[in-house]
Design a protein around this ligand. Structure first.
Ligand code: HEC
Length: 162
């Protein structure tokens, strides 16, 4: 190999090492983030420890079955990052629905979802998460159980103080 060829291959090697290093750094960050999110979810679930009656436990099972728990948090308090979403760039908590919705309004919301989440910055990108419609998936019985569960998320003392 001549000198130019040699130099080229050294540069190519350096670039390759650079790219690999960058990719490795990225995956270390990603694994750290996923792990931190999982630990956060476990901690929140442990703190939550609701005293569930058998009826509420059924509603909780529906909450998990349809992945509400993924977007609205293990304790229903939301706060998953949802970039450029209104309000606060996070998914909303559901622990106040008993004072902000009637049961019928809540059922309609779950059936129809929210196709377009309002943007914090109107010129920014659409938020990655939106509320899917569940009307084709969820049965009326499950919806009743789910709504009962969601209405029980707010502690009675907070309800009185509202
Ligand atoms: C893919 C993520 C995702 C899943 C799964 C999901 N939601 Fe949502 N949900 C959202 C987002 C994002 C919003 C905010 C919509 C908006 O901007 O109004 C929302 C809004 C809501 C609201 C209105 C909250 C408010 O403050 O007015 C309710 C109620 C709700 N979801 C209940 C549920 C239930 C019950 C389930 C399961 C059957 C569920 N969601 C599953 C993402 C999700």
């Amino acid at each position: 190999m001549n000198r130019t060829g040699n130099r080229m291959s050294v540069i190519a090697q350096k670039i390759t090492v650079g790219i690999l290093g960058f990719a490795l750094f990225g995956s270390v960050l990603a694994v750290g983030y996923v792990d931190a999110s999982r630990r956060d979810a476990e901690r929140r679930l442990a703190e939550f420890k609701p005293k569930l009656t058998p009826e509420l436990a059924q509603g909780r099972a529906v909450f998990e079955k349809y992945s509400c728990v993924v977007c609205h948090g293990p304790d229903g308090k939301g706060a998953l990052p949802n970039f450029n979403a209104q309000p606060g760039g996070k998914t909303p908590g559901l622990d106040k629905v008993c004072v902000t919705y009637t049961q019928q309004e809540l059922k309609d919301k779950i059936r129809n979802g929210v196709p377009t989440v309002e943007r914090a910055d109107p010129n920014g990108p659409p938020p990655p998460l939106h509320m899917p419609p569940f009307k084709d998936a969820i049965s009326d019985g499950e919806l009743d159980q789910l709504v009962n569960y969601l209405f029980a998320l707010m502690p009675a003392k907070d309800k009185d103080a509202w």
